[in-house]
Write a protein that binds this ligand. Structure first.
Ligand code: TTP
Ligand code: MG
Ligand code: MG
Length: 476
């Protein structure tokens, strides 16, 4: 008999503390206690992770490195080693999976675990969290924070609250584990800023602020109608539910990365369209390589263009069939680029593919895709190219744009990244609306100057996808 039937859901959110920086400290124990920053060391480098000691001086993730060093000139700055973090991440996720198969990874350093059914064997959710924390400390010498609640929303916010806190006077250890019981949920949730809820990025937040709504409690009190008027039906009702503590999004076990992408920040803004196209092709190639390694294909291609003033445009197109070949991804991404009004020099370009699945056997038979210009592609390859051709026609019809160049392999490496190339879960940055192109314009936070696009870690811009992504187009 399943004794978990009738039990309240118990969801854990586990997030490593200062993950990249903590891994660096493992390998450089002599730096313990020092402010350590991991990030881009170039002129436009950005902080990826920093120890809590560095945070005492005001250093934060995503801060330009020159600002971080102005806050904390004594900081030790280390370039990232993505492979190392990925290896440690795999060990962490193995520990998660030893507790329950219901693990939803969110980026490298965090996951949701549904332990509702694990209680029978392992004890209360609090006991399970304690065992997890101890194992991660004992086996990996790393520290994590764990939130426990009935829903992913509450668990995530609880893990954030369980983190160490930083004051100018020093770092105070956090609770480490925080359980929010169901009858405490609203008291826990309502004092929090609206930005702490999924679906509230900078654009939504400023709309809410204009209405005088600053806390989650304000959203709950004002009622769904006001939120629907301000944000539209889907986003408004969803946000109201969350404000009432209602989040039924399940822990999606074993879910593959929501998307795979690469992006690149340039040492100087680029205005030349030809160069931008070539970079898009290069990025698409890298995405294809990452898809190949993970044996995935994806239906939605998203292009991200960030201008020198940080204004960011994301454009997506969903094909009627998954693709995984570099030229196919490149063709769609270049078509999307051609529809973007290049109002200023471009600081960053990103290409990602989402809507991931394993390529179907039928599709694999038709590979390789026809390379543009190839003489006799063969019927099968032509079939495989068909969805791309349809996508291009549809993108041109929708966005207009310049002549679409073929996705040829011209690949100057423009550099400017701080870390090695690696596929990353880029959350749902610019999450495409299904079934067609989408375009949004936003000003958002600085990039990290490296390949890892918003990796669905902490922070209001990086929530796992739950329901409506809202109108911000920021990573949820
Ligand atoms: P986070 O879990 O957000 O941050 P953290 O683990 O460094 O610190 P915290 O204790 O607050 O959880 O992100 C996990 C890793 O993802 C982080 O170590 C580095 C990477 N990352 C970036 O590269 N850029 C970013 O802007 C953020 C937020 C994270
Ligand atoms: Mg973390
Ligand atoms: Mg995280």
């Amino acid at each position: 008999m399943d004794r978990s039937v009738g039990l309240e859901p118990a969801i854990l959110h586990v997030d490593m503390d200062a993950f990249f920086a903590a891994v660096e400290l493992l390998d450089h124990p002599e730096l313990a206690g020092r402010p350590v920053i991991v990030g881009g060391t170039g002129r436009r480098g950005v902080v990826a992770s920093c120890t809590y000691e560095a945070r005492r001086f005001g250093v934060r993730s995503a801060m330009p490195m020159f600002t971080a060093l102005a806050c904390c000139p004594s900081a030790v700055v280390l370039p990232g080693r993505h492979d190392r973090y990925a290896a440690v991440s795999e060990q962490i996720h193995q520990i998660f999976r030893s507790v329950t198969p219901l693990v939803e990874p969110v980026g490298l350093d965090e996951a949701f675990l549904d332990v509702t059914g694990a209680r029978r064997l392992l004890g209360s959710p609090l006991a399970i969290a304690g065992q997890l924390k101890e194992r991660i400390a004992a086996e990996l010498s790393l520290s994590c924070s764990i939130g426990i609640g009935r829903s992913k929303l509450i668990a995530k916010l609880a893990s954030e609250q369980a983190k160490p806190t930083v004051r100018p006077s020093g770092v105070a250890p956090g609770a480490g584990i925080l359980l929010v019981a169901s009858d405490e949920e609203l008291a826990f949730l309502h004092p929090k800023a609206v930005e702490s809820v999924w679906g509230v990025g900078p654009v939504t937040a400023s709309r809410l602020h204009r209405l005088g709504l600053r806390t989650v409690g304000d959203l709950a009190r004002v009622g769904p109608e006001v939120l629907v008027r301000a944000l539209g039906q889907a986003h408004g009702t969803h946000l109201w539910s969350l404000a009432m503590g209602i989040d039924r999004s399940p822990v999606q076990a074993g879910r593959p990365s929501k998307s795979i992408g690469h992006e690149e920040t340039f040492p100087a803004d680029i205005v030349d369209l030809g160069e931008l196209r070539r970079i898009v092709v290069t990025l698409a190639d890298r995405v294809a390589g990452a898809l190949g390694r993970e044996q995935l294909c994806g239906r939605t291609v998203t292009l991200k263009v960030r201008f020198g003033d940080f204004t960011t445009v994301t454009r997506s197109h969903t094909l009627d069939q998954g693709i995984d070949a570099g030229p196919a991804i490149a063709s769609v991404a270049v078509a999307l680029l051609d529809g973007v009004e290049l109002v200023a020099g471009v600081r960053l370009l990103g290409v990602s593919v989402s809507g991931l699945s394993a390529p179907s056997a039928a599709r694999q038979l038709s590979l390789p895709l026809r390379q543009p210009g190839a003489s006799d592609p063969g019927a099968a390859a032509q079939d495989a190219w068909e969805p791309v051709a349809r996508a291009l026609a549809s993108i041109r019809a929708r966005f207009g744009g310049r002549a679409v160049v073929p996705g040829s392999r011209v690949a100057p490496d423009t550099g400017g990244r701080w870390g090695p190339t690696a596929p990353t879960d880029i959350g749902t940055a610019g999450r495409p609306r299904s079934g067609g192109p989408s375009s949004r314009r936003q000003v958002d936070r600085p990039d990290f100057g490296h390949d890892q696009t918003a990796a669905a870690p902490n922070g209001p811009d990086s929530r796992p996808a739950t329901g409506d992504a809202g109108s911000d187009g920021v990573a949820r």
